[in-house]
Design a protein around this ligand. Structure first.
Ligand code: PLP
Length: 458
């Protein structure tokens, strides 16, 4: 074994070649690392508003809000200041047995804003952990009420709830999850509302939301063993921005309620205005029993997530003297909580929701310019979550062969034009920050028109 040359404190000598060091030492998430090392990594050095600047000073529009987290743009003075102010007090103290002012205030404000009767807040750091916590709370709630046989979870086909083993168990994206099947606990899946490729071969609205009724069938059969139904309300993000038709979420919630099982709303992607309302559940008047939030909770600044629970669930623990044996080193981190509070303040000060709805109209008008391109099979949009599904044959909706990697190549070409976006298979995901400027949305669509026609065809 050769020894690496190290400087003081084990640091490698300073070198200019960040790209080489990245290729040699970094393992990137959701990245084909064999292909990664054949390409020049895009190394982001700084950002301003919705624009990212790489280590060579080139700029790129942040077309996916830094993986669906950024709300008000990068380097917003109010958010930067909130972190600095908290930093002058303390960066972190444990939340196990101690509390801190920003996390207390944040819990209170979240419960005031959340749909339904969600009055308790449990903090974590990632969306996956927030879902994991919801699953454990749901199971334990039933257990402590003498119904420990309710250990089964039901989720939608195509669901993505994060990457911890519990959240993968309720996930249903084969390409991500199949490798780990032997490690997962058993769950049931019901049909997803993917109208462009309806799993039941039906057409909306004549179908009368038959996909949601497949949940009814599962609960009629196995309902007394089910702890909870877990859903991404209104939009299934990682499945390819699958937008549910009106009434679908309400129907799912009614079915869960009728069978006496809990409803877990995973608002990690949809929360904080991305679908048009602060939380997607509001749009259909749905009150979940548990709700997971993350991503934009801190405006896209720091890793923090939360699981909101009803008092009824909380009291199932306290009434029997049960502790929730779960928690993390950085639970309730004060810096993250401080910036989350400043994020909520900006929603009010900037009328972010109103502006986001106007921007969603701009996005719809602009993406309509893509429809003449033959590879554009369907454009799905809900608020500022948008997916453009590319197909080889628009008439038959036949997909491109996976090996052609059309979505990945379109996004790689977009980078050369100054736009950062990521595909989900051959669906190009467009997810502007809520505060993006209309001109930037126009630029984004101009680049897409150029790259889709060059790579996938005119
Ligand atoms: N749930 C949903 C609906 C998501 O879209 C995601 C991430 O995209 C997660 C959970 C996982 O969040 P995180 O990546 O923060 O663990």
């Amino acid at each position: 074994m050769t020894m690496k040359p190290r400087g003081p404190c084990g640091r490698l000598p300073v070198v200019d070649d960040l790209a080489a060091l990245d290729h040699r030492h970094v393992w990137h998430p959701f990245t084909d690392m064999a292909a990664w090392v054949d390409d020049e990594p895009l190394i982001i050095d700084r950002a301003e508003g919705c624009w990212l600047y790489d280590s060579h000073g080139r700029r790129y529009l942040d077309g996916n809000a830094s993986l669906w987290v950024n709300v008000h743009g990068h380097r917003r003075a109010e958010l930067d200041d909130a972190i600095r102010t908290q930093l002058d007090r303390v960066a972190h103290t444990t939340f196990l047995g101690l509390s801190n002012p920003p996390a207390i205030e944040l819990a209170a404000r979240l419960t005031a804003l959340a749909p339904g009767e969600l009055d308790r807040v449990f903090f974590s750091e990632s969306g996956a952990s927030a879902v994991e916590v919801a699953l454990k709370m749901a199971y334990a709630y039933h257990l402590f009420r003498g119904e420990g046989h309710r250990s089964l979870f039901v989720s939608m086909d195509g669901a993505y709830h994060g990457d911890t083993v519990g959240s993968v168990s309720v996930g249903r994206v084969d390409v991500f999850h199949d490798t780990y099947r032997p490690l997962l606990f058993p769950t049931r899946g019901f049909a997803q509302p993917y109208c462009y490729r309806c799993p039941l071969g039906l057409t909306y609205p004549v179908c009368d939301l038959a996909c949601a009724d497949t949940l009814d069938d599962i609960l009629a059969r196995d309902g007394d063993r089910v702890a909870a139904v877990v859903v991404e309300p209104l939009v299934q993000g990682a499945a390819g921005i699958i937008t549910a038709p009106d009434g679908h979420l309400r129907r799912v919630a009614e079915i869960a309620r009728r069978h006496g099982v809990l409803l877990v709303a995973d608002e990690v992607a949809t929360g904080f205005g991305r679908t048009g309302t602060l939380f997607a559940c509001e749009a259909e008047g749905v009150a979940p029993d548990l709700m997971a939030v993350g991503k934009s909770l801190t405006g896209g600044y720091l890793p923090m997530s939360a699981t909101l629970a009803t008092d009824e669930i909380f009291e199932a623990f306290t009434a029997g003297g049960h502790t929730f044996f779960h928690g993390h080193s950085y639970s309730g981190n004060p810096l993250a909580a401080a910036v989350a509070l400043a994020n909520l303040d900006l929603f009010e000060a900037d009328a972010t929701l109103t502006n986001a709805r106007l921007l969603a109209n701009v996005l719809a008008t602009e993406t309509a310019r893509l429809t003449p391109l033959r590879p554009v099979g369907e454009i799905r949009q809900r608020g500022l979550m948008c997916g453009i599904e590319l197909v080889e044959d628009r008439d038959t909706r036949r997909p491109f062969p996976a090996a052609a990697r059309i979505g990945a190549r379109v996004c790689r070409a977009a980078r050369e034009q100054g736009l950062v976006i990521r595909p989900l298979g051959d669906t190009i995901v467009v997810m502007p920050a809520l505060a993006m400027q209309p001109d930037d949305v126009r630029f984004l669509v101009d680049v897409l028109i150029k790259c889709i026609s060059e790579i996938a065809g005119p």
